[in-house]
Ligand binder design. Sequence first.
Ligand code: SAM
Ligand code: NAG
Ligand code: NAG
Ligand code: NAG
Ligand code: NAG
Ligand code: NAG
Ligand code: NAG
Length: 843
Amino acid sequence: MRLVPWTLWPVGVVGLESLLAWASASNGAIQEWHESLADETAALQDVSSDVCWHAGFTKERCCRGDPTTSPDCWDGSYSFGECCPNADCWIGSFTYEFCCGEKHGLGGNKACWSGGFTHQLCCLANATSNSWADILSSEIETEQFYQMDDFYTDAQYGDEWGYYSKGHVLLGGGKGQDGTEQTQQFAHFTTYPMALSPHFARVFCRLLFIMWVQLDERAPFRVVEMGAGSGQLAYDTQQCVRSNALGLAPALWRRWAAAFEYTIMERSPALRKRQQSRGLRSVAGDAQTTGSCKSVLAALAASPACQGADGDAPECEAQERGTAEAGASVVLSNELLDAFAPVKLRFSLYGKPNITDCRSWQEVRLVHTITEDKLRSLLHILGYSEEMTEGTISQVRGYTDATFCAMANTTIGLEVQQQVSSNTSCLAITFSLSELVNHLDLGVPFASHNMRMRIRKDTKLSDRLRMITERLNGELQTSVALPRDVYRQVRHQLRDWPDLEADFLHTIQTHLFPVSISQERCDDLEWWFKAHEARIAKLALFYRQLGYPALHLVVRPGEDNFIDLVDCLLGPTGGFKLSLDYGANFEGLAHSLSVDGTNDGIFVPPIPHELMEGLPDCHNFWPKCAGRIDWTTFVDFTNLAAAGERRGWRTVFYGPQNLLEQFSRLNLTRNGRLYSVPGYPVLQDAWISRHVKGWYGRESDMDGTGVQRWTSFKALLLEKPSAKEVLSPILFPSWHLDTRHTDPCWSFDPSTVPLADWIPRQGNDSHDALTKLTDEINQDLGRQYAEGYEEAQLAVRLVDFMVAKSGCEAVHPVSAAAILERPVQWEALSVQQCPLMSLSRNR
Ligand SMILES: C[S@@+](CC[C@H](N)C(=O)[O-])C[C@H]1O[C@@H](n2cnc3c(N)ncnc32)[C@H](O)[C@@H]1O
Ligand SMILES: *[C@@H]1O[C@H](CO)[C@@H](O)[C@H](O)[C@H]1NC(C)=O
Ligand SMILES: *[C@@H]1O[C@H](CO)[C@@H](O)[C@H](O)[C@H]1NC(C)=O
Ligand SMILES: *[C@@H]1O[C@H](CO)[C@@H](O)[C@H](O)[C@H]1NC(C)=O
Ligand SMILES: *[C@@H]1O[C@H](CO)[C@@H](O)[C@H](O)[C@H]1NC(C)=O
Ligand SMILES: *[C@@H]1O[C@H](CO)[C@@H](O)[C@H](O)[C@H]1NC(C)=O
Ligand SMILES: *[C@@H]1O[C@H](CO)[C@@H](O)[C@H](O)[C@H]1NC(C)=O
């Protein structure tokens, strides 16, 4: 939860309740769930199998061949196209005879088989039918449909019109003045390192010290921070080391300060300049690619200690990958990962889809449309000649017809045409289909023959389709679709005309469109499908029972690349990677997306008023103000941990960020040496500001009803090991990254979406549990889970506080009971006594 956001956070504002359609705290939140139950026919059946086959008519008999092979199977009520999974096989020269004729033998004609069209499906008719969405786009080139991560990157970090690159990120819109003056405006922006300066950094400073001890006083001890913003964390951490703010013993401190080095890697040129102006070392690089490794290693090897050193000191020599001497020891980031570019995926729940097979998945892409008139006047203003304008328009119109009318002319498109008025445009036909999938109550099927059957025979579905096409047809009259390259070109030309750009944003419409996943993407995501297979299977089971047609998931391919980059930097002797951000575990995020297909997982933080001047409503639909506002997504910590684990890393800690803090002193023995590490609380010498409260967990209790807490700021600490021994700089118990590993003594799990945790706890029948759910229960859950989230942190803080004040004896259950006098109160302090108790046992 971005309660202390990167962008301006006005006083007394909304939480993120509105972000998630089923925020437990908000009214009517369970509507979506109930609607999915309203119609039993929406269950995920193979409708065709259910209705076509009876009285001697079987799929085996009727679907072998083509529509003419067994004419007796087909009367006025049922057709080959509606009943047979292989109906889409027969098109043009691909006939049954050509593909399955006896002369081709057992496997049929090899020339016929590609992708989803197999001998089993087409000749034997006993494989799962292809999806209608694949059929819809199978004959067209979807390359020019914007991939979500490309669009996101262009709009945020693209050189041309990216929000960060253009300086819109800076207050005053980056107009006029030089870079230095603009970056001074960061006084108006706030994140935890800034709001809690210098205490936030000292919590890190203390952890870094423990890591240094656990890494056997490694020297040099190189810390790399990625995405450092104003550089506050870097500045304060270095101050902490230099001034011995932790109060270490002098001899120890001297060794520590001598070993310590700090380097920033930053993507934004304006921010890099700002960091350098504060005396910080900062090198350019993108955290989403391993390609950045080399330049960071070069910067590490050129540290001040290496200046003027003899050429052959190994720590001053940069290699392709980090070495034992010259690599990094720790990589840090705060609010970096939420900026990574997302991709939205759909996974159909019909049949028995194979999770690790890319063909079971679709990727949501973006298509932009604009009316010809608007495009014409825009091109005029941009100085296009009459001829060039008309040339461009006819080119774009040609693209629209070639692409969208080809889709409207597929078996599925033609089925829609039968149901809607004859003047419906190709754009309206195709977009209505992609919009329909988000109408959860319809349980829109996956298989193309099922879909044709439903469109033809299910009046609820065809009525809805008509309603959508009529609206879209009105909206899209005389509209054309802009290929991605044309969209980019227009944005390029508008980049220095903010008013015109705003006008363009008012006019342009963005449509989301699911298409088959490209081969390149499949290759990238192969590990992801495998790493999360068990979790996805569990989610699939859950949603199938509830009648949902698909799972929706967001993946940031940059997360895996980031871990790869860190792996490269850390070198063979290992080290740590600590990331702080808002986010949750894989399942929590998957639930929040799957329950509402229109949620793309992209959050638009509150925007300073002056940045929104002249723009359309930027919060209504996230793509609306592309390039002019900040976007962010919730980090998937499970995925980061999985990306580490596939490289042999260990997950050391995951949990709310304040569990990084330790107030009590820590006594460590390492290599026969005793280290006494003073504690450091953020509250030390600070007044209890809104931000301090936020740090300790009470992020937003503005309206007293409890809010979505499960996405709040968390820390993930991973270790790239170099030895068998598990290092663990954080003392407090870790939270789980997979619900299968939930501590058995948590009576409920406040780290995920309340309903998703509550429903399975009601017994085996999710459907049944849901029908019993009332708005009252739902509201109570919202409060209960939000409080549970806070109490889980409070429990740790109390133990820490008691140890700091009275030593370990204080938390021995006997003494604890005595301290609190009444055991009942002690019990009530925490919803999760186990971590608390196990902690007291350990100490
Ligand atoms: C939300 S700010 C956080 C700044 C700082 N860590 C703090 O907490 O105040 C995100 C920072 O990450 C940088 N950044 C975003 N994406 C990046 C990427 N792919 N590679 C490197 N830096 C990136 C931004 O330019 C910015 O400095
Ligand atoms: C389809 O039929 C063939 C031959 O009858 C059989 O070998 C195959 O296992 C069947 N496949 C499925 C998925 O039922
Ligand atoms: C699922 O798909 C993967 C990748 O295509 C394949 O290797 C695997 O054998 C399939 N599993 C099943 C059960 O069909
Ligand atoms: C639709 O597709 C058929 C072939 O499947 C083709 O003959 C026809 O010309 C197409 N119609 C349009 C309007 O593109
Ligand atoms: C399409 O036809 C319907 C009647 O069939 C009419 O009401 C509607 O205005 C027409 N729309 C367009 C865009 O021509
Ligand atoms: C750490 O050691 C010191 C003495 O060296 C002792 O006073 C203190 O209680 C110990 N703290 C803990 C948490 O064990
Ligand atoms: C739930 O299912 C498990 C195994 O399928 C069974 O052992 C258990 O009795 C069931 N519980 C209820 C309440 O039906």
